[in-house]
Design a protein around this ligand. Structure first.
Ligand SMILES: [Zn+2]
Length: 84
């Protein structure tokens, strides 16, 4: 599987969680799969409901870039290079 945000690869969900990956996060109401520790630290925050969510300053970019309608859960997404 791959980090949703940067496409860094990890073997499976068990090893991902062991290495500190987020198993899922939210952008608005939409749930997305894993984010690596680097992206989690940089782009995610703990939401009011206790779920990890994309920081508000990145949400518009994410939605604009992923033709939000909503995107398929498995579709990998890469943040624009200027944000990395
Ligand atoms: Zn990542």
């Amino acid at each position: 599987m791959k980090c949703t945000l940067c496409e860094k690869e990890i073997g499976d969900i068990e090893s991902a969680i062991e290495e500190g990956w987020m198993p899922q996060f939210y952008v608005g109401e939409q749930e997305y799969d894993v984010a690596c520790p680097t992206c989690s630290e940089k782009y995610l925050q703990m939401g009011a409901d206790g779920e990890m969510e994309l920081r508000p300053e990145y949400t518009k970019t994410f939605m604009d870039s992923s033709s939000y309608s909503p995107p398929p859960k498995s579709e990998s997404y890469k943040l624009p290079a200027h944000l990395l």
